[in-house]
Design a protein around this ligand. Sequence first.
Ligand code: AMP
Length: 198
Amino acid sequence: MRLILLGPPGAGKGTQAQRLVEKHGIPQLSTGDMLRAAVQAGTEVGKRAKAVMDAGELVSDAIVNAIVAERIDQADCAKGFILDGYPRTLVQADAVESMLSERGIGLDTVVELVVDDRALVGRIVKRAEDAKAAGQPVRKDDNPAVFEERLREYYKKTAPLTGYYYAKGKLKTVDGMASIDAVTAEIEGVLTAAGKAR
Ligand code: AMP
């Protein structure tokens, strides 16, 4: 199963992706996690991405496309994968199409978590508080000021992807304001229906 999770920052993509990993045994490919790992490791990519990420802007398409192209060739992706936070621009969406068709594989479904923007800042602040309480590092971009920029980037560059995938007949929307369990159940329903339609 190859799946894309769409939605603004704080919509719950990461949480739901982790549940899908457990249930379906396929990896979560989070470009945000991969970029943070590169920053942490001090690689060339990490050095180029750090300031952009801290400002809440998007890293260049070329960088993220290259990271994903390399990652999907790893053995654990053979049975499928969940793309979390990627693609985020129309250029990236076209890149996914090419990557998959070059490998003779396709995309099953795109699930959009639909959320109320007004709830998002609160979720981000809570995520930062929870990380701190658990003794984990707090993301530099999980604060209200940077969040506003992340949301602007989302509307400018990522929101058009819902139309892109709708036009391809791939888009399924899920109520991201429901409880975590209810969202998981709704996603499972979408995946079951998509599996039957294949
Ligand atoms: P995330 O963890 O998905 O919220 O991503 C954190 C940050 O990493 C974003 O605000 C961007 O700066 C960068 N990033 C993650 N994924 C992408 C992507 N697909 N395209 C461009 N930048 C990305």
